[in-house]
Write a protein that binds this ligand. Structure first.
Ligand code: TPP
Ligand code: MG
Length: 567
């Protein structure tokens, strides 16, 4: 990483601030902040107001922002300089004034080692800012340039939307802090065409989003985890009515109806299918689904991607979303008649059906992890809740759950993807709505061991949870990752087999325990547990290597099935 990288990234950042509408910025002198100050000054669309004292700079920016209603940037060097902006930041928060604070900092290797003018600047303004972000240091690759563009947009839109207020970005900067030659020309081409910001933002007022005709042609909807069950139903109806393929994670509640494409994870593993099905518009709702092939496909599309989220959540690790709308999809699209492509729709549906057939044939009726996930999706009543643990259970549910008009509600702790606390969360879901229907927990052995103490809720709180335990004696997920090849440490330190006999945990915590060895036995154990009033652990023993091989066989069969559809 060189000074050129730093300046290229900061130029893109300032360009983006200007595209969003920034007109004013305040600077204060220092050494570490040189790249930020010079980049702001060299951005012609932004007026820069120089100050000696950071406290004055902060309050000046506050006044400017209050008057214009637009975010004003203020930058300063590291150390107590940053602390001097605190009062203005606090005032901006309480007075609802948009402010973007850009502090310079030492890079990580110069922190807490006695380097000069270095203090802890992380979250230095506490909760007074609406958003804090530590920017990091790196090369000016196209991906990094796109990222800083989204970062500038996000800072800008966060400062103005909702109640306006301050945001804080901390920039670690490495020496050299000045360029030894001018920046290379022409400009980087990672910005959007025209003068448009990289990400526009719409707070979901009535009418179509700014500058937007209704989408048409080859559209797909990607629906991730959503808290609004009614909205998911409507989304499925909307997709069916307008004939838009609906790539719905079961966590969305929208994997239902004629438009649901249940097996996108397998479809998009096929490079030919993925390349031949490039949409013109992607509509995203809810959180981003877990599926890696789906994420990779979305990341590589040169396509308009519109994200609807009523809370304005920013789910876009690949920096590809071009429009964010802080509203449910129906606020803008619900009643629209869209001109969509019928052949396109039919082609997704036919492919999905072919893959569903390949799954059924390959899984057969031998009990396996994928078959457990698929079967629960078919068996459970619509009033049931299936709580799914992180690791393979949530992936298998996403990959293998068939679309169903009225299936169970599916939930998972996917906020931070932890395997911790899953048992307790499932009990909590049951406690909150026991009169609405039963809760079934699908969980791996490591996750169950991690929260084994959660089982105490069964007896102390008198809750009857049905726990389907996929026991492969370790973390089966890691066999799918490159680390599986590191033979010296894989088994002991990554897969972590434990040899636990969960029947003993069941008796310790007063739960029933059954081991199921066939699909029929599993089904009847689940039904018995659902009809009873005791928490039951139903164990299905599997083998991690065989599980990996089975997943591969399914993927191969899906590919072969797609070839027959295409041919
Ligand atoms: C709190 C927490 N610690 C560690 C991890 C990393 N991790 C992800 S999956 C996994 C193994 C889970 O094993 P298991 O529950 O048996 O499911 P399987 O992989 O066998 O399907 C671990 C340790 C995590 N996600 N969360
Ligand atoms: Mg396991």
């Amino acid at each position: 990483m060189t000074a050129t990288d730093t300046y290229l990234l900061l130029r893109a950042f300032c360009d983006e601030l200007a595209r969003c509408g920034m007109e004013d910025a305040c600077t204060a002198p220092g050494s570490r902040c040189t790249p930020i100050v010079l980049s702001l000054v060299r951005e012609e669309r932004i007026r820069c107001w120089s100050h000696i004292d950071e406290r004055c700079a902060g309050f000046f920016a506050l006044g400017a922002g209050k008057r214009s209603g637009r975010p004003v940037a203020v930058t300063c060097t590291s150390g107590t300089a940053a602390a001097n902006l605190a009062q203005a930041v606090i005032e901006a928060r309480h007075a609802r004034v948009p402010l973007i604070v850009l502090t310079a900092d030492r890079p990580p290797e110069l922190r807490e080692v006695g380097a000069g003018q270095t203090i802890d600047q992380l979250k230095i303004y506490g909760d007074a800012v609406k958003w804090f972000f530590e920017v990091g240091v790196g090369d000016a690759t196209p991906a990094a340039l796109r990222f800083v563009r989204t970062l500038a947009c996000r800072a800008y839109w966060t400062a103005v939307e909702g109640p306006p207020g301050p945001v804080h970005l901390n920039f670690p900067l490495r020496e050299p802090l000045v360029l030894d030659r001018p920046l290379p020309l022409p400009d980087d081409d990672t910005g959007r065409a025209g003068a448009r910001p990289y990400v526009t933002f719409d707070s979901g007022g009535p009418g179509a989003p700014a500058g937007g005709a209704p989408p048409s042609g080859r559209i797909v909807i990607v629906a991730g985890s959503d808290r609004d069950a009614a909205s998911a139903r409507e989304l499925a109806r909307f997709a069916a009515r307008t004939r838009i393929p609906l790539l719905a994670d079961p966590l969305s509640g929208a994997r239902r109806g004629e438009a649901a494409v249940a097996h996108y994870d397998l479809l998009l593993r096929d490079p030919e299918f993925a390349a031949a099905h490039q949409p013109q518009v992607v509509i995203r709702t809810g959180d981003l689904p877990t599926s890696k092939p789906l994420r990779a496909w979305l990341a590589g599309l040169e396509t308009a991607q519109i994200a609807f989220d009523p809370d304005g959540a920013w789910h876009d690790p690949d920096a590809v979303v071009g429009m964010r709308i802080r509203a449910p999809y129906r606020a803008l699209l619900g009643d629209q008649e869209l001109r969509t492509d019928g052949d396109w729709f039919a082609s997704w549906c036919a492919a999905d059906e072919a893959v569903a057939g390949a799954i059924e044939r390959t899984l057969g009726d031998e009990l396996s992890e994928p078959l457990v996930a698929r079967s629960l999706g078919k068996w459970l009543a619509p009033n049931a809740t299936l709580f799914v643990a992180s690791s393979m259970p949530v992936r298998d549910v996403e990959e293998f759950f068939a679309a169903r008009e009225e299936g169970p509600r599916v939930m998972s702790n996917r906020g931070a993807n932890g395997i911790d606390g899953t048992v307790s969360s499932a009990f909590g879901a049951l406690a909150a709505a026991a009169d609405e229907g039963p809760v079934v927990l699908l969980i791996g052995d490591v996750a169950l061991a991690h929260d084994i103490g959660g089982l105490l809720a069964a007896s102390r709180l008198r809750l009857a949870l049905t726990i389907v335990l996929l026991n492969n004696d370790g973390g089966g997920i890691f066999h799918f990752l490159p680390v599986a090849g590191e033979a010296d440490a894989f088994e002991e330190h990554v897969a972590t087999p434990h040899g636990l006999d969960f029947s003993r945990a069941a008796s310790l915590y007063g739960c029933a325990f059954v081991r199921a060895e066939t699909v029929d036995a599993l089904r009847s154990a689940v039904e018995t547990s659902l009809a009873g009033n005791a928490t039951t652990i139903i164990e299905v023993r599997t083998d991690r290597e065989e599980n990996l091989a089975l997943h591969r066989r399914v993927a191969d069969a899906a590919l072969a099935a797609l070839r027959t559809v295409a041919g």
